[in-house]
Design a binder for this molecule. Sequence first.
Ligand code: FE
Ligand code: CA
Length: 527
Amino acid sequence: MKLGHLQRALRYEGGLSRRLFLSYAASLSSLPLLSRSASAAEPHEFDSDPFTCGVASGDPDHQSVVLWTRLAPKPLEPGGGMPNAPVAVDWEIAEDSSFKKVVQSGRINATPELGHSVHLEPRGLKADHWYSYRFMSGGATSPTGRTRTLPSPQSNPGKLRFAVTSCQNFEQGLFTAYRQMAVDSPDLVFHLGDYIYEYSGQNGRVRKHHGPEIETLDQYRSRYAQYRGDKDLQNMHAACPWFVTWDDHEFDNNCANDISEQRHVKPAEFLMRRANAYQAYYEMMPLRTSSLPTGPHMSLYRRGRFGRLAEFFVLDTRQYRTDQPNGDRKSPLNAAALDPRNTLLGLEQRKWLFDSLSSSSGTWNILAQQVMMALADRARPDSPAIYSMDQWPGYAHERQLLLKHLQGRRISNPVVLTGDIHSSWANELRVDDFKPEQDVVATEFVASSLASGGNGTSSTKGLDEYLARNPCTRFFNRERGYIICDVTPKTCTADYRVIDDVLKPGGKTTSRARFTVEAGTPKIHPA
Ligand code: FE
Ligand code: CA
Protein backbone atom coordinates (compact mmCIF):
# COMPACT_ATOMS: atom_id res chain seq x y z
CA MET A 1 0.00 0.00 0.00
CA LYS A 2 1.29 3.40 -0.98
CA LEU A 3 1.05 5.59 2.08
CA GLY A 4 1.67 8.80 0.19
CA HIS A 5 -1.51 8.32 -1.76
CA LEU A 6 -3.57 7.61 1.31
CA GLN A 7 -2.17 10.63 3.10
CA ARG A 8 -2.98 12.73 0.07
CA ALA A 9 -6.54 11.40 0.04
CA LEU A 10 -6.78 12.25 3.73
CA ARG A 11 -5.44 15.72 3.13
CA TYR A 12 -8.04 16.28 0.41
CA GLU A 13 -10.67 15.19 2.87
CA GLY A 14 -9.60 17.62 5.56
CA GLY A 15 -11.47 15.56 8.14
CA LEU A 16 -12.20 12.05 7.00
CA SER A 17 -14.43 10.13 9.37
CA ARG A 18 -12.77 7.28 11.23
CA ARG A 19 -15.32 4.80 9.88
CA LEU A 20 -14.63 5.84 6.29
CA PHE A 21 -10.91 5.67 6.93
CA LEU A 22 -11.18 2.14 8.33
CA SER A 23 -13.27 0.86 5.44
CA TYR A 24 -10.85 2.49 3.03
CA ALA A 25 -7.89 0.85 4.75
CA ALA A 26 -9.74 -2.49 4.67
CA SER A 27 -10.32 -2.15 0.93
CA LEU A 28 -6.57 -1.79 0.48
CA SER A 29 -5.93 -5.23 1.87
CA SER A 30 -8.94 -6.94 0.35
CA LEU A 31 -6.98 -9.33 -1.82
CA PRO A 32 -5.98 -12.40 0.17
CA LEU A 33 -5.28 -14.43 -2.93
CA LEU A 34 -3.43 -16.92 -1.05
CA SER A 35 -5.96 -19.66 -0.96
CA ARG A 36 -4.97 -20.00 -4.60
CA SER A 37 -1.83 -21.92 -3.77
CA ALA A 38 -3.21 -23.59 -0.65
CA SER A 39 -3.89 -27.32 -0.49
CA ALA A 40 -6.14 -28.89 -3.11
CA ALA A 41 -9.71 -27.64 -3.07
CA GLU A 42 -12.79 -29.87 -2.92
CA PRO A 43 -14.17 -30.91 -6.31
CA HIS A 44 -17.34 -29.04 -7.20
CA GLU A 45 -20.35 -30.31 -9.12
CA PHE A 46 -21.87 -27.77 -11.51
CA ASP A 47 -25.55 -27.72 -12.49
CA SER A 48 -24.72 -25.67 -15.57
CA ASP A 49 -21.66 -24.66 -17.63
CA PRO A 50 -19.19 -22.76 -15.41
CA PHE A 51 -17.20 -21.43 -18.40
CA THR A 52 -19.75 -18.73 -19.38
CA CYS A 53 -16.97 -16.13 -19.73
CA GLY A 54 -14.91 -18.28 -22.12
CA VAL A 55 -11.12 -18.28 -22.12
CA ALA A 56 -8.49 -15.67 -22.93
CA SER A 57 -4.74 -15.25 -23.17
CA GLY A 58 -2.51 -12.21 -22.98
CA ASP A 59 0.76 -10.40 -22.36
CA PRO A 60 2.92 -12.94 -24.23
CA ASP A 61 6.70 -12.80 -24.27
CA HIS A 62 9.10 -15.20 -26.02
CA GLN A 63 8.72 -17.99 -23.48
CA SER A 64 5.40 -17.52 -21.68
CA VAL A 65 1.84 -16.22 -22.02
CA VAL A 66 -0.97 -15.66 -19.51
CA LEU A 67 -3.85 -18.18 -19.79
CA TRP A 68 -7.16 -17.06 -18.30
CA THR A 69 -10.61 -18.31 -17.43
CA ARG A 70 -13.27 -17.79 -14.78
CA LEU A 71 -15.80 -20.12 -13.17
CA ALA A 72 -19.25 -18.47 -13.14
CA PRO A 73 -22.24 -20.74 -13.82
CA LYS A 74 -24.56 -17.80 -13.03
CA PRO A 75 -22.44 -14.93 -14.37
CA LEU A 76 -24.83 -12.04 -13.60
CA GLU A 77 -25.47 -13.04 -9.98
CA PRO A 78 -23.35 -11.83 -7.06
CA GLY A 79 -20.77 -14.57 -6.51
CA GLY A 80 -21.32 -15.86 -10.06
CA GLY A 81 -23.26 -18.87 -8.75
CA MET A 82 -20.10 -20.20 -7.06
CA PRO A 83 -19.61 -21.40 -3.47
CA ASN A 84 -17.64 -19.12 -1.16
CA ALA A 85 -14.69 -21.52 -1.31
CA PRO A 86 -11.76 -22.36 -3.57
CA VAL A 87 -12.53 -24.73 -6.46
CA ALA A 88 -9.93 -26.80 -8.31
CA VAL A 89 -9.37 -26.19 -12.03
CA ASP A 90 -7.24 -28.42 -14.27
CA TRP A 91 -5.47 -26.92 -17.27
CA GLU A 92 -3.58 -28.09 -20.34
CA ILE A 93 -1.51 -26.39 -23.00
CA ALA A 94 -0.74 -28.39 -26.13
CA GLU A 95 0.93 -28.25 -29.54
CA ASP A 96 -2.33 -29.31 -31.21
CA SER A 97 -6.03 -28.49 -30.88
CA SER A 98 -6.96 -32.12 -30.15
CA PHE A 99 -4.64 -32.13 -27.09
CA LYS A 100 -2.70 -35.23 -28.16
CA LYS A 101 0.59 -33.38 -27.66
CA VAL A 102 0.15 -31.72 -24.25
CA VAL A 103 3.33 -29.83 -23.30
CA GLN A 104 2.31 -28.65 -19.81
CA SER A 105 -0.64 -29.27 -17.51
CA GLY A 106 -1.57 -28.82 -13.87
CA ARG A 107 -4.18 -27.94 -11.27
CA ILE A 108 -4.85 -24.56 -9.70
CA ASN A 109 -7.44 -23.24 -7.25
CA ALA A 110 -9.93 -20.62 -8.42
CA THR A 111 -10.68 -18.56 -5.33
CA PRO A 112 -13.70 -16.49 -4.30
CA GLU A 113 -11.34 -13.60 -3.40
CA LEU A 114 -10.57 -13.20 -7.11
CA GLY A 115 -14.09 -13.98 -8.37
CA HIS A 116 -13.03 -17.57 -9.18
CA SER A 117 -10.82 -16.32 -11.97
CA VAL A 118 -7.69 -18.21 -13.02
CA HIS A 119 -4.50 -16.55 -14.28
CA LEU A 120 -1.74 -18.97 -15.26
CA GLU A 121 1.71 -18.07 -16.49
CA PRO A 122 3.21 -21.26 -17.97
CA ARG A 123 6.90 -20.71 -18.69
CA GLY A 124 9.52 -22.47 -20.77
CA LEU A 125 7.38 -22.46 -23.93
CA LYS A 126 8.97 -22.36 -27.41
CA ALA A 127 9.52 -18.90 -28.87
CA ASP A 128 7.37 -17.75 -31.83
CA HIS A 129 5.03 -20.70 -31.46
CA TRP A 130 1.24 -21.23 -31.51
CA TYR A 131 -0.43 -23.37 -28.80
CA SER A 132 -3.89 -24.59 -27.80
CA TYR A 133 -5.12 -24.48 -24.20
CA ARG A 134 -8.20 -25.41 -22.16
CA PHE A 135 -9.51 -25.76 -18.61
CA MET A 136 -11.51 -28.50 -16.86
CA SER A 137 -13.48 -28.33 -13.59
CA GLY A 138 -16.18 -30.52 -12.05
CA GLY A 139 -16.66 -32.51 -15.25
CA ALA A 140 -17.00 -29.40 -17.44
CA THR A 141 -14.49 -28.45 -20.14
CA SER A 142 -13.90 -24.89 -21.36
CA PRO A 143 -13.82 -23.85 -25.01
CA THR A 144 -10.35 -24.34 -26.53
CA GLY A 145 -8.22 -21.22 -26.88
CA ARG A 146 -5.39 -20.55 -29.32
CA THR A 147 -2.44 -18.47 -28.31
CA ARG A 148 1.15 -17.78 -29.22
CA THR A 149 4.49 -16.78 -27.80
CA LEU A 150 6.48 -13.94 -29.35
CA PRO A 151 9.76 -14.37 -31.26
CA SER A 152 12.94 -14.34 -29.18
CA PRO A 153 14.32 -10.85 -28.46
CA GLN A 154 17.36 -11.23 -30.73
CA SER A 155 15.47 -12.65 -33.73
CA ASN A 156 14.55 -10.69 -36.86
CA PRO A 157 10.92 -11.56 -37.71
CA GLY A 158 9.78 -10.66 -41.21
CA LYS A 159 6.21 -9.77 -40.32
CA LEU A 160 3.71 -9.07 -37.57
CA ARG A 161 -0.04 -8.53 -37.85
CA PHE A 162 -2.00 -6.98 -34.99
CA ALA A 163 -5.51 -5.60 -34.50
CA VAL A 164 -6.39 -2.37 -32.66
CA THR A 165 -9.79 -2.06 -30.97
CA SER A 166 -11.52 0.04 -28.30
CA CYS A 167 -14.87 1.35 -27.05
CA GLN A 168 -17.40 -1.46 -27.03
CA ASN A 169 -20.58 -0.15 -25.42
CA PHE A 170 -22.76 -3.27 -25.12
CA GLU A 171 -26.01 -1.30 -25.26
CA GLN A 172 -25.12 0.78 -28.29
CA GLY A 173 -23.95 -1.87 -30.72
CA LEU A 174 -23.37 -5.55 -31.43
CA PHE A 175 -19.78 -6.84 -31.45
CA THR A 176 -20.14 -8.37 -34.94
CA ALA A 177 -16.91 -6.77 -36.17
CA TYR A 178 -14.93 -9.19 -33.98
CA ARG A 179 -16.04 -11.98 -36.37
CA GLN A 180 -14.15 -10.38 -39.23
CA MET A 181 -11.21 -9.67 -36.91
CA ALA A 182 -10.98 -13.39 -36.18
CA VAL A 183 -10.98 -14.08 -39.93
CA ASP A 184 -8.19 -11.49 -40.33
CA SER A 185 -6.17 -13.77 -38.06
CA PRO A 186 -3.89 -11.31 -36.25
CA ASP A 187 -0.93 -12.42 -34.13
CA LEU A 188 -2.26 -10.29 -31.29
CA VAL A 189 -4.84 -7.66 -30.36
CA PHE A 190 -4.37 -4.32 -28.61
CA HIS A 191 -7.49 -3.27 -26.69
CA LEU A 192 -7.11 0.41 -25.84
CA GLY A 193 -9.90 0.80 -23.31
CA ASP A 194 -13.61 1.36 -22.76
CA TYR A 195 -13.88 -2.43 -22.68
CA ILE A 196 -17.03 -1.97 -20.57
CA TYR A 197 -19.17 1.08 -19.80
CA GLU A 198 -20.20 1.74 -16.23
CA TYR A 199 -23.66 3.19 -16.93
CA SER A 200 -26.99 1.78 -15.75
CA GLY A 201 -29.19 -0.20 -18.12
CA GLN A 202 -31.30 1.89 -20.53
CA ASN A 203 -34.41 0.77 -22.36
CA GLY A 204 -34.75 1.00 -26.12
CA ARG A 205 -31.18 0.06 -27.02
CA VAL A 206 -29.91 -3.00 -28.91
CA ARG A 207 -29.06 -4.68 -25.59
CA LYS A 208 -29.42 -3.67 -21.96
CA HIS A 209 -26.82 -3.36 -19.22
CA HIS A 210 -27.67 -5.50 -16.22
CA GLY A 211 -28.42 -3.36 -13.16
CA PRO A 212 -27.70 0.23 -12.11
CA GLU A 213 -24.49 2.25 -12.61
CA ILE A 214 -21.79 -0.03 -11.26
CA GLU A 215 -19.94 0.82 -8.05
CA THR A 216 -19.51 -2.34 -5.96
CA LEU A 217 -17.11 -5.18 -6.72
CA ASP A 218 -20.00 -7.54 -7.50
CA GLN A 219 -21.51 -5.00 -9.88
CA TYR A 220 -18.23 -4.50 -11.79
CA ARG A 221 -17.79 -8.29 -11.93
CA SER A 222 -21.23 -8.93 -13.34
CA ARG A 223 -20.82 -6.14 -15.92
CA TYR A 224 -17.65 -7.76 -17.24
CA ALA A 225 -19.36 -11.15 -17.19
CA GLN A 226 -22.25 -9.73 -19.23
CA TYR A 227 -19.87 -8.32 -21.87
CA ARG A 228 -17.72 -11.45 -21.94
CA GLY A 229 -20.86 -13.54 -22.50
CA ASP A 230 -20.94 -12.05 -26.02
CA LYS A 231 -19.84 -14.91 -28.30
CA ASP A 232 -18.06 -12.71 -30.86
CA LEU A 233 -15.95 -11.08 -28.16
CA GLN A 234 -15.38 -14.42 -26.46
CA ASN A 235 -14.28 -16.09 -29.70
CA MET A 236 -11.84 -13.28 -30.48
CA HIS A 237 -10.26 -13.69 -27.04
CA ALA A 238 -9.92 -17.41 -27.77
CA ALA A 239 -8.26 -16.70 -31.14
CA CYS A 240 -4.99 -15.02 -30.08
CA PRO A 241 -3.32 -13.20 -27.16
CA TRP A 242 -4.39 -9.65 -26.26
CA PHE A 243 -2.55 -6.72 -24.71
CA VAL A 244 -5.25 -4.81 -22.85
CA THR A 245 -5.24 -1.42 -21.20
CA TRP A 246 -8.08 0.60 -19.75
CA ASP A 247 -9.43 4.07 -20.42
CA ASP A 248 -12.03 5.85 -18.30
CA HIS A 249 -15.20 3.72 -18.56
CA GLU A 250 -13.65 0.65 -16.92
CA PHE A 251 -14.00 2.85 -13.83
CA ASP A 252 -15.92 6.10 -14.40
CA ASN A 253 -16.41 8.54 -17.30
CA ASN A 254 -13.53 11.02 -17.77
CA CYS A 255 -11.95 10.06 -14.45
CA ALA A 256 -8.57 11.56 -13.68
CA ASN A 257 -6.56 9.78 -10.98
CA ASP A 258 -8.71 10.09 -7.80
CA ILE A 259 -10.88 12.90 -9.15
CA SER A 260 -14.44 12.18 -10.28
CA GLU A 261 -16.19 14.15 -13.02
CA GLN A 262 -18.89 14.56 -10.36
CA ARG A 263 -17.25 17.23 -8.26
CA HIS A 264 -19.15 16.31 -5.10
CA VAL A 265 -17.63 12.81 -4.90
CA LYS A 266 -14.88 12.79 -2.29
CA PRO A 267 -11.48 11.38 -3.31
CA ALA A 268 -11.48 8.73 -0.55
CA GLU A 269 -14.89 7.41 -1.64
CA PHE A 270 -13.82 7.59 -5.25
CA LEU A 271 -10.70 5.56 -4.45
CA MET A 272 -12.81 2.86 -2.78
CA ARG A 273 -14.87 2.59 -5.95
CA ARG A 274 -11.65 2.56 -7.96
CA ALA A 275 -10.38 -0.39 -5.90
CA ASN A 276 -13.52 -2.32 -6.93
CA ALA A 277 -13.13 -1.34 -10.60
CA TYR A 278 -9.44 -2.24 -10.72
CA GLN A 279 -9.89 -5.56 -8.95
CA ALA A 280 -12.67 -6.63 -11.33
CA TYR A 281 -10.53 -5.53 -14.29
CA TYR A 282 -7.61 -7.63 -13.09
CA GLU A 283 -9.89 -10.60 -12.43
CA MET A 284 -11.44 -10.51 -15.90
CA MET A 285 -8.35 -9.81 -18.01
CA PRO A 286 -5.43 -12.07 -19.04
CA LEU A 287 -2.88 -10.06 -17.04
CA ARG A 288 0.29 -11.13 -15.27
CA THR A 289 0.63 -11.30 -11.48
CA SER A 290 2.74 -8.14 -11.74
CA SER A 291 -0.52 -6.28 -12.49
CA LEU A 292 -2.30 -7.59 -9.37
CA PRO A 293 -3.88 -4.52 -7.74
CA THR A 294 -3.29 -3.28 -4.20
CA GLY A 295 -6.46 -1.46 -3.21
CA PRO A 296 -6.95 1.41 -5.66
CA HIS A 297 -3.50 1.00 -7.26
CA MET A 298 -2.73 -1.25 -10.19
CA SER A 299 0.37 -1.38 -12.33
CA LEU A 300 -0.80 -1.63 -15.95
CA TYR A 301 1.86 0.12 -18.04
CA ARG A 302 4.30 -2.39 -19.49
CA ARG A 303 6.54 -3.35 -22.37
CA GLY A 304 6.49 -6.13 -24.96
CA ARG A 305 8.92 -7.12 -27.70
CA PHE A 306 8.36 -8.85 -31.04
CA GLY A 307 11.99 -9.76 -31.76
CA ARG A 308 13.85 -6.80 -33.24
CA LEU A 309 10.89 -5.96 -35.47
CA ALA A 310 8.82 -4.07 -32.90
CA GLU A 311 8.65 -3.05 -29.27
CA PHE A 312 5.33 -2.30 -27.60
CA PHE A 313 4.76 0.24 -24.83
CA VAL A 314 1.31 -0.23 -23.31
CA LEU A 315 0.40 2.96 -21.44
CA ASP A 316 -2.02 3.96 -18.66
CA THR A 317 -3.08 7.58 -19.19
CA ARG A 318 -5.89 7.53 -16.55
CA GLN A 319 -4.52 6.40 -13.20
CA TYR A 320 -1.81 9.01 -12.70
CA ARG A 321 -3.06 12.05 -14.62
CA THR A 322 -3.70 15.46 -13.14
CA ASP A 323 -7.23 16.81 -13.44
CA GLN A 324 -8.32 17.95 -16.90
CA PRO A 325 -7.90 21.72 -17.36
CA ASN A 326 -11.11 23.68 -17.92
CA GLY A 327 -13.25 20.91 -16.41
CA ASP A 328 -13.01 18.32 -19.26
CA ARG A 329 -14.58 20.71 -21.80
CA LYS A 330 -13.10 21.53 -25.18
CA SER A 331 -11.03 24.67 -24.93
CA PRO A 332 -8.43 26.79 -26.76
CA LEU A 333 -4.81 25.89 -25.99
CA ASN A 334 -4.63 28.46 -23.22
CA ALA A 335 -2.29 28.74 -20.25
CA ALA A 336 -4.22 26.07 -18.31
CA ALA A 337 -3.72 23.50 -21.08
CA LEU A 338 -0.05 24.41 -21.48
CA ASP A 339 0.72 24.34 -17.74
CA PRO A 340 3.89 22.22 -17.31
CA ARG A 341 2.51 20.82 -14.05
CA ASN A 342 -0.20 18.93 -15.98
CA THR A 343 0.61 15.31 -16.65
CA LEU A 344 -1.25 12.51 -18.39
CA LEU A 345 1.35 9.83 -17.64
CA GLY A 346 2.46 10.79 -14.14
CA LEU A 347 6.15 11.41 -13.55
CA GLU A 348 7.09 7.80 -12.82
CA GLN A 349 5.46 6.38 -15.96
CA ARG A 350 6.84 9.24 -18.03
CA LYS A 351 10.40 8.46 -16.89
CA TRP A 352 9.84 4.74 -17.51
CA LEU A 353 8.51 5.45 -21.01
CA PHE A 354 11.33 7.83 -21.96
CA ASP A 355 14.00 5.42 -20.62
CA SER A 356 12.35 2.41 -22.28
CA LEU A 357 12.12 4.18 -25.64
CA SER A 358 15.78 5.20 -25.38
CA SER A 359 16.84 1.59 -24.75
CA SER A 360 14.58 0.04 -27.41
CA SER A 361 16.14 -1.96 -30.22
CA GLY A 362 12.86 -2.34 -32.13
CA THR A 363 12.63 -1.17 -35.75
CA TRP A 364 9.10 0.00 -34.90
CA ASN A 365 8.17 1.48 -31.51
CA ILE A 366 4.48 1.05 -30.89
CA LEU A 367 2.78 3.13 -28.17
CA ALA A 368 -0.53 1.45 -27.32
CA GLN A 369 -2.49 4.11 -25.47
CA GLN A 370 -5.89 5.74 -25.05
CA VAL A 371 -6.45 9.36 -26.03
CA MET A 372 -5.65 11.27 -29.22
CA MET A 373 -2.20 12.80 -29.42
CA ALA A 374 -2.67 15.00 -32.50
CA LEU A 375 -3.55 18.62 -31.77
CA ALA A 376 -6.75 18.39 -33.76
CA ASP A 377 -8.99 21.44 -33.81
CA ARG A 378 -12.49 20.22 -32.94
CA ALA A 379 -14.39 23.49 -33.50
CA ARG A 380 -17.28 23.95 -35.90
CA PRO A 381 -16.48 25.75 -39.17
CA ASP A 382 -15.75 29.48 -38.76
CA SER A 383 -15.35 29.14 -34.97
CA PRO A 384 -12.10 29.73 -33.08
CA ALA A 385 -9.99 26.58 -32.61
CA ILE A 386 -10.78 24.37 -29.61
CA TYR A 387 -9.24 21.10 -28.43
CA SER A 388 -10.30 18.20 -26.23
CA MET A 389 -8.94 18.77 -22.73
CA ASP A 390 -9.49 15.08 -21.85
CA GLN A 391 -6.94 14.14 -24.52
CA TRP A 392 -3.25 15.01 -25.05
CA PRO A 393 -4.02 18.66 -25.99
CA GLY A 394 -5.12 19.18 -22.35
CA TYR A 395 -1.60 18.10 -21.42
CA ALA A 396 0.13 19.90 -24.29
CA HIS A 397 3.36 20.52 -22.40
CA GLU A 398 3.92 16.82 -21.69
CA ARG A 399 2.91 15.97 -25.25
CA GLN A 400 5.64 18.29 -26.46
CA LEU A 401 8.19 16.70 -24.09
CA LEU A 402 7.34 13.29 -25.53
CA LEU A 403 7.54 14.40 -29.18
CA LYS A 404 10.86 16.16 -28.45
CA HIS A 405 12.16 12.98 -26.81
CA LEU A 406 11.15 10.92 -29.84
CA GLN A 407 12.86 13.42 -32.14
CA GLY A 408 15.94 14.23 -30.03
CA ARG A 409 16.78 10.60 -29.25
CA ARG A 410 16.01 9.54 -32.83
CA ILE A 411 13.63 6.85 -31.59
CA SER A 412 13.16 4.46 -34.47
CA ASN A 413 9.77 4.72 -36.23
CA PRO A 414 7.35 5.65 -33.42
CA VAL A 415 3.73 4.64 -34.08
CA VAL A 416 1.02 5.76 -31.64
CA LEU A 417 -2.14 3.64 -31.41
CA THR A 418 -5.20 5.40 -30.00
CA GLY A 419 -8.85 4.71 -29.11
CA ASP A 420 -11.43 6.67 -27.05
CA ILE A 421 -12.74 9.07 -29.68
CA HIS A 422 -15.21 6.80 -31.56
CA SER A 423 -13.88 7.77 -34.99
CA SER A 424 -10.95 6.75 -37.22
CA TRP A 425 -7.97 9.03 -37.84
CA ALA A 426 -4.51 8.86 -39.39
CA ASN A 427 -2.31 11.68 -38.08
CA GLU A 428 1.23 12.90 -38.67
CA LEU A 429 2.60 14.11 -35.35
CA ARG A 430 5.06 17.00 -35.04
CA VAL A 431 6.51 18.66 -31.97
CA ASP A 432 4.17 21.53 -32.87
CA ASP A 433 1.26 20.32 -34.97
CA PHE A 434 0.43 23.93 -35.86
CA LYS A 435 3.65 24.16 -37.87
CA PRO A 436 3.29 21.91 -40.92
CA GLU A 437 6.78 23.00 -42.04
CA GLN A 438 8.28 21.02 -39.11
CA ASP A 439 9.49 17.45 -39.64
CA VAL A 440 6.98 14.70 -38.91
CA VAL A 441 8.20 12.83 -35.80
CA ALA A 442 5.67 10.03 -35.36
CA THR A 443 2.57 8.45 -36.86
CA GLU A 444 -0.76 8.10 -35.06
CA PHE A 445 -3.37 5.53 -36.09
CA VAL A 446 -6.65 6.07 -34.25
CA ALA A 447 -9.12 3.18 -34.22
CA SER A 448 -12.85 3.95 -34.19
CA SER A 449 -15.16 2.41 -31.62
CA LEU A 450 -16.10 -1.21 -32.14
CA ALA A 451 -19.70 -0.56 -31.03
CA SER A 452 -19.98 2.65 -28.96
CA GLY A 453 -22.18 5.31 -30.48
CA GLY A 454 -24.28 2.90 -32.55
CA ASN A 455 -23.96 3.18 -36.31
CA GLY A 456 -21.73 6.09 -37.23
CA THR A 457 -21.95 7.78 -40.59
CA SER A 458 -20.14 7.26 -43.86
CA SER A 459 -21.07 10.79 -44.90
CA THR A 460 -18.04 12.87 -45.87
CA LYS A 461 -19.91 16.16 -45.43
CA GLY A 462 -17.62 18.84 -44.02
CA LEU A 463 -14.55 16.61 -44.12
CA ASP A 464 -12.56 18.66 -46.64
CA GLU A 465 -12.91 21.79 -44.54
CA TYR A 466 -11.97 19.78 -41.46
CA LEU A 467 -8.85 18.30 -43.03
CA ALA A 468 -7.82 21.72 -44.37
CA ARG A 469 -7.91 23.12 -40.84
CA ASN A 470 -5.87 20.21 -39.46
CA PRO A 471 -2.82 19.65 -41.65
CA CYS A 472 -1.65 16.86 -39.30
CA THR A 473 -4.72 14.77 -40.13
CA ARG A 474 -4.54 12.69 -43.30
CA PHE A 475 -7.71 10.65 -42.75
CA PHE A 476 -10.87 11.01 -40.69
CA ASN A 477 -13.93 8.75 -40.74
CA ARG A 478 -16.98 8.37 -38.51
CA GLU A 479 -18.00 4.74 -39.06
CA ARG A 480 -17.58 1.91 -36.53
CA GLY A 481 -14.69 -0.52 -36.84
CA TYR A 482 -11.12 -1.42 -35.95
CA ILE A 483 -7.64 -1.39 -37.50
CA ILE A 484 -5.48 -4.23 -38.81
CA CYS A 485 -1.77 -3.33 -38.87
CA ASP A 486 0.77 -5.26 -40.94
CA VAL A 487 4.34 -4.58 -39.90
CA THR A 488 7.50 -5.59 -41.80
CA PRO A 489 11.08 -4.32 -41.43
CA LYS A 490 10.30 -1.84 -44.25
CA THR A 491 6.67 -0.77 -43.78
CA CYS A 492 3.80 -0.41 -41.33
CA THR A 493 0.39 -0.53 -43.03
CA ALA A 494 -2.88 0.31 -41.30
CA ASP A 495 -6.09 -1.05 -42.79
CA TYR A 496 -9.17 0.75 -41.45
CA ARG A 497 -11.94 -1.86 -41.35
CA VAL A 498 -15.49 -0.53 -41.01
CA ILE A 499 -18.77 -2.33 -40.35
CA ASP A 500 -21.99 -1.24 -42.08
CA ASP A 501 -24.39 -2.07 -39.22
CA VAL A 502 -23.91 -2.69 -35.50
CA LEU A 503 -27.62 -2.39 -34.68
CA LYS A 504 -28.66 -5.60 -36.46
CA PRO A 505 -26.98 -9.01 -36.61
CA GLY A 506 -25.05 -9.84 -39.77
CA GLY A 507 -23.21 -6.51 -40.24
CA LYS A 508 -20.67 -6.61 -43.08
CA THR A 509 -17.09 -5.48 -42.54
CA THR A 510 -15.05 -3.93 -45.36
CA SER A 511 -11.78 -2.07 -45.74
CA ARG A 512 -12.48 1.70 -45.85
CA ALA A 513 -8.88 2.95 -46.29
CA ARG A 514 -5.27 1.75 -46.12
CA PHE A 515 -2.23 3.82 -45.24
CA THR A 516 1.46 2.94 -45.19
CA VAL A 517 4.42 4.41 -43.38
CA GLU A 518 7.90 3.52 -44.62
CA ALA A 519 10.57 2.84 -42.03
CA GLY A 520 12.75 5.92 -41.70
CA THR A 521 10.14 8.43 -42.98
CA PRO A 522 7.07 8.83 -40.74
CA LYS A 523 4.91 10.44 -43.45
CA ILE A 524 1.60 8.71 -44.20
CA HIS A 525 0.92 7.48 -47.75
CA PRO A 526 -2.23 5.85 -49.16
CA ALA A 527 -1.50 2.14 -49.61
FE1 FE B 1 -15.48 5.16 -25.47
CA1 CA C 1 -12.94 6.99 -23.17
